[in-house]
Design a protein. Structure first.
Length: 131
């Protein structure tokens, strides 16, 4: 389901128990998870340093963190999350595909016109004995 995750309820760290088995699962929007990860990023120097070393913006780091499990499942051929579709075939791929198809069409059109000129000039010549 794009834009949603099925997760256990969030607890403040002070209320966190050793076991979370008593917590129930519910659906949460991924943009809500991204807000939580944004707070975590802002408060955690290690995460900011990791993002800086990886030359990621805060938004890129958050997107990767929220979809970390999705990426792992996809890499192992288990599941392709609907949230990853954009990453699989992005706009640059569409542009390259369009350029490739345009180049192929131009080459084919040129070859066809050369072929027509050659076959047209040979077909219009009159035989010498008919006049």
């Amino acid at each position: 389901m794009p834009g949603w995750r099925y997760v256990k309820a969030f607890l403040p760290q002070k209320d966190f128990a050793a076991s979370t088995d008593h917590l129930s699962y519910y659906y949460v929007k991924t943009d809500e998870l991204e807000k939580v990860y944004g707070e975590i990023f802002d408060r955690n120097r290690t995460f900011r340093a990791d993002a800086q070393m990886g030359r990621e913006t805060k938004e890129q780091w958050i997107r990767t963190a929220v979809r970390f499990t999705d990426y792992g499942l996809y890499r192992n051929g288990i599941y392709l999350s609907p949230d990853l579709y954009v990453a699989v075939f992005d706009w640059i791929s569409w542009v390259l595909l369009a350029l490739g198809l345009s180049a192929a069409a131009a080459v084919l059109a040129h070859q066809w016109s050369v072929h027509r000129r050659r076959s047209g000039s040979a077909g219009n010549a009159e035989p010498d004995d008919v006049k």
